[in-house]
Design a protein around this ligand. Structure first.
Ligand SMILES: C[S@@+](CC[C@H](N)C(=O)[O-])C[C@H]1O[C@@H](n2cnc3c(N)ncnc32)[C@H](O)[C@@H]1O
Length: 233
């Protein structure tokens, strides 16, 4: 395993301590994303959607939902899961790069930026800007600040487990994560962290009018979500 896409390319990633954790996690995210859908006819794209077990909630509030997943096994299981949903499409990162310009109302990228180099993130920011319609919205979620990222994430998972009936599974799951390739990849490939001011600056440079929200999508409130309107289109 040499990169983060491989790490996530399991049918059930080690990052979710059990099926309940995975499903509560994705339901929490989908409920937050659903609130951001601008209209019932909106075309929404979720980039790096992961297992997205509650994508139906988002799709029900939108005209069309496109799920983009780079990990091939995860993508195959998404395609199977949503085969019967006429307004959900599942595509690869390469296919996302050639979507029609100006065709999307909302793009969400949640909990993915930490796995990208700064240059990769900049390339995606530029791509998303071209894919969005004038006045479209890009939502960048789960940005990890530089300090205490790992202890804060562990504590947040334990709290999330306690609130949703899987505390002991969360404690066991943390051990499994630390025994997995996670730590080795963190050392060799690294994770990207951003301070709020740095991310705001980066987003402005990429042609957005960004604003940090008071609530991060999902359960980890140590991390940050930015709402980014396209400017100058
Ligand atoms: C923590 S999961 C996030 C899944 C979902 N968005 C969520 O919030 O639960 C990280 C996702 O980033 C994707 N990813 C990692 N490295 C990537 C890369 N270089 N390009 C595109 N996607 C990547 C993985 O395939 C995985 O789906």
């Amino acid at each position: 395993m040499t990169n983060w896409i491989d790490f996530y390319d399991f049918k059930h990633s080690v990052i979710y301590v059990n099926a309940r954790h995975r499903d509560v996690h994705y339901r929490t995210i989908a409920e937050d994303i659903r609130k951001l859908v601008p209209s019932p006819s909106a075309h929404v794209l979720d980039y790096g959607c992961g297992e997205a077990t509650s994508a139906g909630l988002v799709a029900a509030a939108a005209g069309q939902l496109t799920l983009v997943e780079a990990a091939p096994n995860v993508r195959a299981s998404l395609a199977q899961r949503y085969a019967g949903d006429a307004n959900i499409a599942v595509i690869s990162a390469e296919q996302a790069a050639v979507l029609p310009k100006g065709s999307l109302d909302l793009i969400v990228m949640h909990s993915v930026a930490q796995y990208l180099s700064a240059a990769e993130l900049d390339r995606l920011l530029a791509l998303f800007r071209t894919l969005l319609k004038p006045g479209g919205l890009f939502v960048l979620g789960d940005i990890v600040p530089p300090h205490l990222a790992a202890p804060a994430a562990a504590l947040s998972l334990l709290r999330f487990g306690a609130a949703n009936g899987f505390f002991w599974a969360a404690a066991g799951g943390l051990m499994r994560i630390f025994l997995s390739d996670y730590l080795r990849l963190r050392k060799t490939v690294g994770l990207s962290h951003y301070a709020e001011a740095d991310m705001l600056e980066r987003l402005k440079r990429a042609g957005y009018a960004p604003q940090r929200t008071g609530h991060n999508i999902g359960h980890n409130q140590q991390r940050m979500t930015f709402l980014c309107r396209v400017v100058g289109q």
